[in-house]
Design a protein around this ligand. Structure first.
Ligand code: SF4
Length: 425
């Protein structure tokens, strides 16, 4: 029997499950307990597909020393006039802090993966505020749980058992005392655990949210967004009549037609419901520390994503300084990608520009972005090979643990190395 680590926090999705047991033998994770299949794979395969320090020479990525890779990264950023730092979401918050310091030092733009997932959530909350709560409160109190435009049964696998559907809470004892609603454009595995499925026409969430607000305020409505009037009335009554309600929402709401206006309507619906009962709302954040990226950027610059330092002070403008837009318009001449894989997710035009400019990738694993990079710097896996802080989807910070040694330095150490070289010390 190897060494057993208890209460390990899972560094994969925004649930940050903190009850994992990890067994390590001869410097490798050999088994896990309580981990979902995605988490299990992340821990057990931590040593597979590792990136190597590489620099592109004559069009080919050639293996070099860490020293040479970090020197080259510093040189690229030094020579750049409009650099971009992007990613941040799959690393710990001290590394995120150093990425912001680097962006300020080089006068570049910095953006996190939030700009392609819950950026509209942040923009909407800045406009009208949000009634929030912790996942612990959901477990202990929520008797009505609505999943809107998300599929936790497949994307946040333990969310339902730890926080929202089946756990025994202090005041709500398990599934039989909770009513689960799923609102989406199609049935998924999440619909199967719901007591009510509401099928909304694609791109019509804003209309349905507005109809619910109207009914809650006492107005009559007809069928809206493909949902029968009777069903809208029933859902509105359930929302008003519960003791503690919560809407968990995903990219089905943030990235469909209406974007931040959908979220604005959802936040206002929740605000209206608080005239009748206790109701809250929480985004289903994807990457394990995307919430932390927003926290760190906000406590340093005042802004949560899409920040530019070219005037010597932070400027915030999603659509202008968000990574996809900067790349699509060809407005940056070098990029540092930290803890994310934009080539796997960005529109082709943005990825093409990334392939044209000198791009530095800091990542523990080989990724699509590392294949187009000018410099690849491998790092320790945050939460497995290095410790640090991460913020759960509800904003609660948790301490990630180191359970095995890494052959590579941490993100933090690499960023410190780049900064040291750029400052000439
Ligand atoms: S639900 Fe998310 S945080 Fe929890 S074990 Fe699975 S991947 Fe990890």
């Amino acid at each position: 029997m190897g060494e057993v680590y208890k209460n390990v926090v899972c560094p994969f999705c925004g649930c940050l499950c903190d009850d994992l047991e990890v067994v390590v033998e001869n410097g490798k994770v050999v088994s896990t307990k309580n981990a979902c299949p995605i988490s299990k794979t992340k821990f057990l395969d931590h040593s597979k597909d590792r990136a190597k320090p590489q620099v592109r020479k004559d069009g080919k990525l050639i293996e070099v020393s860490m020293e040479e890779a970090i020197n080259k990264a510093a040189q690229i950023l030094k020579e750049s006039e409009f650099p971009l730092i992007y990613g941040l979401s799959s690393t710990e918050s001290d590394a995120q802090r150093l990425a912001v310091e680097l962006a300020e030092f080089i006068g570049g733009s910095i953006d996190s993966t939030a700009s392609t997932c819950h950026g509209p959530t942040i923009v909407a909350a800045q406009g009208c505020g949000a009634v929030k709560c912790t996942l612990g409160e959901v477990k202990n109190r929520a008797d009505l749980v609505i999943f809107w435009g998300c599929n936790p049964a497949e994307a946040h696998i333990r969310h339902s058992v730890r926080y929202s559907v089946t756990p025994q809470g202090m005041y709500v004892r398990g599934k039989k005392e909770r009513f689960i609603v799923h609102v989406d454009v199609r049935e998924t595995r999440t619909s199967r655990m719901a007591d009510m499925f509401v099928k909304v026409e694609p791109g019509k969430d804003y209309e349905l949210l507005s109809a619910l607000r109207a009914v809650i305020k006492g107005y009559e409505v007809g069928d809206v967004a493909g949902v029968p009037a009777e069903m809208i009335k029933q859902l509105a009554e359930r929302m008003k009549g519960c003791r503690f309600g919560i809407i968990f929402f995903g990219m089905g709401l943030t990235m469909s037609s209406g974007k931040h206006m959908n979220i604005d309507a959802a936040l206002r619906l929740v605000r209206d419901l608080n005239d009748h009962t206790k109701f809250t709302i929480t985004p289903m954040r994807g990457h394990f520390n995307v919430a932390g990226a927003g926290e760190v950027l906000t406590w340093i610059t005042g802004y949560p994503f899409a920040v530019n330092f070219s005037r010597g002070y932070p400027n915030y403008n999603p659509g202008e300084f968000s990574a996809v837009d900067l790349l699509f318009r060809g407005e940056c001449d070098a990029a540092l990608i930290l803890a994310s894989d934009p080539v796997a997710h960005f529109p082709i035009g943005a990825s093409q520009h990334l392939a044209k400019i000198p791009t530095v990738v800091i990542d523990p694993k080989v990724s699509l972005t590392s294949l187009i990079a000018e410099v690849v710097i491998p790092c320790a896996i945050a939460g497995i090979e290095s410790e640090g802080t991460a913020y759960r989807m509800d904003g609660v910070p948790l301490r990630l643990r180191k359970v095995v040694d890494s052959p590579y330095p941490t993100d933090r150490e690499i960023l410190e190395g780049i900064l040291r070289r750029m400052k000439g010390c």
